[in-house]
Design a binder for this molecule. Sequence first.
Ligand code: ADP
Length: 340
Amino acid sequence: MTAKLEFERVSKRFGNRMVADDISFTVDQGEFFVILGPSGEGKSTLLRMIAGIEPVDAGTIRIDGRDVTDLAPHLRNVAMVFQNYALYPNMTVYQNIAFPLKMKFFSREEIEPKVRDVAKTLGITEILDRRVHQISGGQQQRVALARAIVRSPSIFLLDEPLSNLDARVRFGARAELKKIQRDLGQTFLFVTHDQKEAESLSDRTGVLHLGRFEQIGAFHEIYERPLSRWVGDFVGDFPMNFLPEASGDGELGFRTEWIEVGDGPYSAVVEVAERQGDVVSLLCRGPAGRRVFMTALQRPAVGETVHFRLRQSLHFAADGRLMDGGSLPSPPGPLSRGVP
Ligand code: ADP
C-alpha cells in the first residue's frame, strides 16, 4: 500500500498551547484512520491543517507524495465533512450535492449524472428535491457525505460526522459509513472523541494527547496493550484499573475482564453496584484506596468485601509508560508510523 498522507515533523501552537508537537505519521491508501482523543486535544486542527485551512508552524504534509504544506485548500483535492454538515439550508439536497461541481464550472449535463450516481450509492435519490431542513439528521449526514464523494477527492476528512445523530441511529450509521468507505476504497481520516466509533470504524486508530500520538495501532491492540497509563485510562468503556506494585516500583494495570471475582489475593469494598444486562458492574475501593471497576454475575451488597485475582496484568513504570518490553514512541522518527 502506498502512503496517501504523510506528516513529517509537523508542529502547531496557538499562543502557548502546543496542539501538534513534532508529529510524524502516515496513513495508507484506502485506510480508515481514526484520530481519537478527548475534546480540545487538537484533532480538528490536524484535519484543518490537512485541508489547508489552518497553516502549520513547522514540518511537511504530503498527499500522494506531493508536498502540499503551502498549497491553497482548493488545490489539495481533499473533502471535509463537518460535525454540523455545513449544508446550505435553503438549497435542495440536489443543489447541495451539485454545489462543489458548480464551483468547478462543470456543466449541467456533466453534473446531473454524477449527482444521481452518488445519490443512488447513498440511498438518497428519493429526497433529492427536498430542502435540507425537511430531512432527518441521518439523511443530512448522507447528503454531506454525498457532497464530499461527488468531488472524487483524494482523501476524506471527517470531523465527528456522527455525533449529531441520536444514539439509536448512530449504530447503523457507523456500519453504513464503514461500508461506504470499503466500497469507495478511499482514504478516510475520521476525528472523534468516541471510542466506540474508533473501535468499529478504524483500520488503525491514533490516540492524540498533548499534541502527540500516544499510540497508533489497531484498536484492539490499543485496548489490550496501552503503551501508557493515560491511554489505558482513556480507552475502554471502563478505564483500566491500576494498583501499586507490591515492590513499590510502578503500577499493575488490568482491564475489568481480566479480573476473576471469587477469591484471590486482592480484596475490595463495593461502593456502587449496577445491573447492566446479564452482569453487574461494580465500582469498588481496592488496595491502597484505589478505584477498581469489575463485573460480577451476582449483585453483592454495597459495603460488602469481594475478593479477586488477576488473570492478566500489565506493568507500568512510575512515569506511566508500559514496561514489559513496551515503550512509547518518543519522539517518532520522520515518517515512522508511530508504532514501536
Ligand atoms: P479537538 O478537535 O480535539 O476538540 P481543536 O483542534 O478544536 O481540538 O482545538 C485544540 C485546541 O486549540 C483547543 O484548546 C482550542 O481552543 C485551540 N484552538 C483551536 N483553534 C484555535 C484558533 N484558531 N485560535 C486559537 N486557539 C485555537
